[in-house]
Design a protein around this ligand. Sequence first.
Ligand SMILES: CC(C)(COP(=O)(O)OP(=O)(O)OC[C@H]1O[C@@H](n2cnc3c(N)ncnc32)[C@H](O)[C@@H]1OP(=O)(O)O)[C@@H](O)C(=O)NCCC(=O)NCCS
Length: 374
Amino acid sequence: MSNVIKKGLLGIVVDETEISKVMPEINSLTYRGYSAQDLCAACKFEEVAYLILNKDLPNSIQLKKFEKEERDNRGLTKNLYEIIKHMPKKSHPMDVARTAVSVMGLEDKETSNSSPEANLRKAIRIFSKTPTALAAFYRIRKGQKLIKPNKNLSFSENFFYMCFGKVPQKEIVKAFDVSLILYAEHSFNVSTFTARTITSSLSDIHGAITGAIASLKGPLHGGANEEVMHMMKKIKKPENALKWIKNALSKKQVVMGFGHRVYKSGDSRVPTMREYFAKVAKIKKNKNYEKIYDIIEKTMIKEKNIYPNIDFPTGPTYHLMGFDTDFFTPIFVTSRIIGWSAHIMEQHAANKLIRPLAKYKGNKYRQVIQLNQR
Ligand SMILES: CC(C)(COP(=O)(O)OP(=O)(O)OC[C@H]1O[C@@H](n2cnc3c(N)ncnc32)[C@H](O)[C@@H]1OP(=O)(O)O)[C@@H](O)C(=O)NCCC(=O)NCCS
C-alpha cells in the first residue's frame, strides 16, 4: 500500500462516471455527452435536468410528464412551512436549505427505500420542493406574505414568482435558466464527492443531499458567488477596481471567483455566462459591475495567469436580477440537486464504501494513567 499523501485528493481518480466530463485541455464540459454550451443554446433547464437524471434528452411527451411531476411536487407540508417561519431571520439561506431538505427526509414516505425508482422519485421531490422552501424564507425574513408555487410556470419563472411576486421578461428568465444549466453538474467536485461518500455507506438521498448542501456552502466551493458580490460591492466603481485588485494581490489575498482545481486556463462555463451577464446588464441599464468584472479579470490573467470561474459572472448577474447576495449559493443548490441526485444513483448502482487512509503523525503509544495520578 502506497504511503504517498495526496492532500485534497489532488489528481486522484477514485471512480468512473457516465454523467459529465470536464475537459480542461479543450476547455469543455459535457453532460451525458452533450456540451453544456450547446444545451444552453437549445434547451430549457428542465430538459437538461431530465437528461442528467435519465441519461437522455426527453422527447416532448417525456418532458411534459417530467414537468408535471416537478410542478405537482412543489408544495411543502404545513409542518415545513411552520418550521421555516420559526427559523431565526438571520439564518444563512444555505442553512435553511440544508435544514429544509433534512426535514423533507423526515416527512418523505420513501426515505428508507433506496431503490433506483424510489431514488428518482425522491430526487424529483427534493428538486421541486427546495426552491419553494428557499423562496418562503426569502419572503418570511422580509416580513412579506408567502407566495405559493404556481403550476403554470416553468421552474425558473416559478422561482422568480415565489420570491418577487412576478416573473421578469423572458431574457432575464433565460439568463437565469442558463445559469442553472451551467450549475447543474460538474463531476467529482467537493459537494458531489460528499454526496457520494455519504451514499457509499448506503445512507439515504435526503441525508446525502443535506451533506452536499453543507459542503457547497463553503467559500472555496459554491459560496464563492456570494463572495464575488461582496468584493464587487466593496470595489463599488470601475475607477476603484485596478487599485483594489493590485492591493489584494500584493497582500497575497485569494480573489474569489478565480481559479479552479481542474480548469487551469479558464472555466469552460464562463464565456456563456459572461454573455448572459452582459444581456442582463443591458436590460437593467447597469454596466457598473461589467466594467469592474473586466478590469479584475484582465489584471488577474496578466498578473497571475489565473482565470475566472463560473461564480465570477453569476454573482453580479444574480445581483442585477434583484436577488439578495446570500441567496446566490442557494440558487446554485436548486440546480445542483440534479447533479448530486444523478451521482447518488450512480454510486448506489456500483457501490464501494469510500474509506481512504491517513498517515498517522500523532503521539507514540502511551500508557493510560489513572485520573487520580494525572
Ligand atoms: C478554487 C481553488 C480552491 C482551487 O484551489 P487549488 O486547486 O487547491 O489551487 P491552489 O489554491 O493550490 O492555487 C494554486 C496557486 O494559485 C493561487 N491562486 C489560486 N486561486 C487564486 C485566487 N482565486 N486568487 C489568488 N490566488 C489564487 C494560489 O495562491 C496558489 O499560489 P501559490 O502556488 O503561490 O501558493 C482556488 O483557486 C480558490 O481558492 N479560488 C477562490 C475561490 C473560488 O472562486 N472558488 C470557486 C471554485 S469554482
